[in-house]
Design a protein around this ligand. Structure first.
Ligand code: ATP
Length: 199
């Protein structure tokens, strides 16, 4: 699978629609301090489902929307789109071309799309879970993160290893199933109580 293009529109310092097309090989992004290099990486993490505003250096999620400058008014919407070449079938049961879109509006409303079809955030997160590309993946290492990994507690490091090994997805599914089981047990207990009351 290859990352073909990343388009930012109203995301952080990118007030204008900006498309970055990635060519085969290595891509380097250079620019003066404060020119938006980290914002590009954050856009990538955001479209992959990032939910932590802290790791996006903001107070609340709508802070990722262009906040205005001396010459430009603030915008009301941020959009990030990634185009992926999945012709090698890396993402199972997915088409050869994938376009993932995430939007946020000032009122906090969000939209997520896979190939123009509206989906829930969870579907995007599940799509990339255990691929090494997810929102918390180690494929995207921001400033200070290497140090943070070295200094992390054994339990935190274990989560990283579990993602590498591809077991995190199953652990999350197990957790979801256990929650459903607990709820169902609760419902069954209520039914049993009602039956006892009736007889
Ligand atoms: P450095 O080389 O110092 O790490 P950088 O090129 O990585 O810098 P970024 O940190 O990506 O730069 O960009 C910071 C710039 O983005 C700042 O000028 C900041 O004002 C601007 N910025 C961040 N959020 C927004 C926003 N919501 N609206 C407008 N501008 C923003």
């Amino acid at each position: 699978m290859k990352l073909k293009a990343l388009t930012l529109n109203g995301f952080k310092s990118f007030a204008d629609k900006t498309k970055i097309e990635f060519q085969p090989g290595m891509t380097g992004i250079v620019g003066p301090n404060g020119s938006g290099k980290s914002n590009i990486i954050e856009a990538l993490r955001w479209v992959l489902g990032e939910q932590s505003v802290k790791s996006l250096r903001g107070g609340k999620m709508p802070d990722v929307i262009f906040a205005g400058s001396q010459t430009r008014a603030p915008l009301n919407r941020a959009e990030v789109v990634i185009e992926l070449d999945n012709s090698d079938g890396f993402l199972k049961q997915q088409p050869p071309e994938l376009v993932i879109t995430r939007r946020i509006y000032r009122n906090g409303e969000s939209e997520f799309l896979i190939n123009q079809k509206k989906v829930r955030l969870r579907e995007i997160v599940d799509l990339f879970m255990d691929t090494g590309l997810g929102r918390e993946s180690f494929s995207i290492i921001s400033q200070g993160r290497v140090e943070a990994i070295f200094n992390s507690k054994p339990l935190e490091r274990r989560v990283l290893i579990e993602e590498v090994a591809g077991v995190l997805k199953y652990k999350k599914e197990k957790h979801r199933a256990q929650k459903e089981l607990e709820e169902t047990t609760g419902h069954l207990n209520r039914v049993a109580d009602i039956i006892t009351e009736l007889y």
